[in-house]
Design a protein around this ligand. Sequence first.
Ligand SMILES: Nc1ncnc2c1ncn2[C@@H]1O[C@H](COP(=O)(O)OP(=O)(O)O)[C@@H](O)[C@H]1O
Ligand SMILES: [Mg+2]
Length: 204
Amino acid sequence: MKTILVANPKGGSGKTTLSVNIAGYLANRGRHVALLDLDRQQSAALWLATRPATAPPIRTLESKKEEAQRNDWLVIDSPAGLHGKNLAHALKLASKIIVPVAPSLFDLQASLDFLKTLAEEKKVRSSKCHIGVVGMRMEMRTKAAWALEHFLATLDLPILAYLRETQVYVNAAFEGKSLFDLPPHLAARELEQWKFLQDWLEQD
Ligand SMILES: Nc1ncnc2c1ncn2[C@@H]1O[C@H](COP(=O)(O)OP(=O)(O)O)[C@@H](O)[C@H]1O
Ligand SMILES: [Mg+2]
């Protein structure tokens, strides 16, 4: 099973938005995918509960142990403030970690500290777990994107995507949908921004 942990200790960085869209992407690729929501707010679980029966299925995982082996992919949405034991536990499960970063200076600073912590993990240093960063609500060649690249230059971590701020994500979520469940013409510009991230997900 491939486990993707979406994490950033900062609230509002885009973890849930990214998690449900990654799960939606995998489901639309015909993968068996489950979503595990570690956040007490249960936003991803609520999204899943409103998912239409006609959309490619995504299973929910109530606990980390439950039937995990039956799924090819597991996407873990995590809460703000993830650290210490809970972070260590989530890290144990993950083969890939995606860190969404929102475009403010404060988000960048907090994210950089988190990324430094991750980069020092044994599992990451031995390449058993790969980390990638997503610029959330960001566009290329903006001040925020430049600052993110500048911050990351010291850590040798890839930027997997810049996902622009758009109501497409917000509106899709209201219907339990991801970008990948929408008629493609409604999300053409967004889908374009996902290409590299998709390839990275599928790499071993
Ligand atoms: N690319 C985006 N475009 C528009 N709104 C976004 C985008 N990414 C996130 N948001 C919005 O930002 C807010 C925080 O995102 P969320 O995914 O809930 O973050 P987290 O789970 O890290 O707290 C939500 O209101 C969400 O709808
Ligand atoms: Mg969330």
